[in-house]
Design a protein around this ligand. Structure first.
Ligand SMILES: NC(=O)c1ccc[n+]([C@@H]2O[C@H](COP(=O)([O-])OP(=O)(O)OC[C@H]3O[C@@H](n4cnc5c(N)ncnc54)[C@H](OP(=O)(O)O)[C@@H]3O)[C@@H](O)[C@H]2O)c1
Length: 329
């Protein structure tokens, strides 16, 4: 699936082209990976756009950048063997010839399904685990507000917060997701932000004492309102900006500097790819939690490569329940 043209916001199917080409020859030191499962991530919107980001934009006419889980089917390096499964930058394509540095983590065999390597043990679970612990520094008894609470990252933040003895409060976009967040992901309460005319009041009603940590995945008006009910010395984790369709032009909103100052807040950005060395240890911990039934992971699996181009807009319409994955094999 090639990126055929640059979107100005959320990529739609017309921005991609499905083509068939021969598998390139394997160079010295390279591996050929047969992709089994492709990841669909909100971050792909930013990678496809030509805007300031933490990584270069995907070049037009090249396979769409994506994380994937695949099997090494040929290897000309001693570091990876034929038959081994790996997680890394293999793109929205059936096969990928690559240098080994595209591999982020080896897939270790466990009782968990292979797909868990893209959800619980992929960037969603890893981001929830590492960002919450390292930037949120939650202490038992604290309240943690989470936006996109019923999404993949949000589902893990709620459950991890609960495990740590905290009270997670969620924001999400439908009544069904409110129910799932509360009944399945450990949220003590959840707010449907699309139904509320005044998010600030709904937050005050749900958390009269405010919250200590705000795990923000949306930015925009939700974040503008949420910051104003933070407790003193609160920590804001800026993990995503799902509500802002494009950063091409400056986006304006209310000014919150005074809130940061007077409430003594810490506002930190988190990018999971700064933490690759911590992936294996975090994945081991998350595996333990899942195998001891302390954490659940939900996935929505679409079948066939031709599903990939439509999957991103599905994510941005909030239609996914759980981690969106495209299965090829
Ligand atoms: N910083 C990092 O390293 C890192 C790594 C992984 C993910 N993330 C971020 O984490 C967030 C969640 O990612 P995910 O993969 O778990 O996806 P997800 O939450 O499963 O799916 C995205 C969700 O975003 C919400 N959304 C879409 N458009 C929105 C809008 N205009 N306003 C508010 N919410 C909107 C929708 O949920 P509702 O129906 O609830 O609105 C949708 O289901 C994203 O912002 C992503 O960029 C960051």
């Amino acid at each position: 699936v090639l990126l055929a043209s640059r979107p100005s916001g959320v990529p739609a199917p017309e921005h991609f082209a499905l083509v068939r080409t021969p598998i390139p020859q394997l160079g010295n030191g390279q591996i050929l990976v047969r992709n089994h499962l492709l990841s669909v991530d909100p971050a792909q919107r930013g990678w496809a756009n030509n805007e300031g980001n933490y990584s270069d934009p995907v070049s037009l006419g090249t396979p769409m950048r994506a994380l994937a889980v695949g099997e090494v089917v040929e290897s000309s390096t001693p570091h990876y063997c034929k038959g081994e499964f790996v997680y890394g930058w293999f793109g929205w394509q059936t096969y990928c010839v690559t240098d080994p540095d595209a591999v982020l983590r080896r897939v270790t065999q466990s009782a968990l399904p292979l797909s868990a390597n893209l959800s619980l043990l992929g960037i969603n679970g890893l981001t929830a685990y590492l960002a919450l612990h390292q930037l949120g520094r939650p202490v038992a008894g604290e309240t943690i507000l989470v936006s996109t609470a019923a999404g993949s990252v949000g589902s893990f933040v709620g459950q991890l917060a609960r495990i740590l003895g905290c009270t997670p409060v969620g924001l999400t976009g439908t009544a069904e997701k409110v129910r799932i967040a509360q009944q399945r992901y450990g949220y003590s309460t959840a707010i449907n932000y699309r139904q509320e005319t005044a998010i600030a009041q709904a937050l005050q009603h749900a958390c009269p004492q405010g919250y200590d940590v705000f795990f923000d995945n949306t930015g925009g008006p939700i974040a503008d309102a949420a910051i104003r009910s933070m407790r003193r010395h609160g920590r804001i984790i800026q993990c995503g900006t799902a509500s802002i369709a494009s950063w091409a032009k400056p986006v304006s909103g209310v000014r919150n500097e005074r809130e940061i100052l007077t409430r003594r807040l810490q506002w930190s950005g988190f990018i999971i790819f700064d933490h690759i060395r911590e992936f294996a240890a975090a994945a081991e911990k998350l595996t333990e939690l899942a195998l001891s039934n302390k954490i659940v992971f939900d996935e929505e699996i679409l079948f066939g490569l031709d599903q990939a181009p439509t999957a991103l807009s599905r994510l941005y319409r909030g239609q996914n329940i759980g981690k969106l994955i495209v299965q090829l094999v």
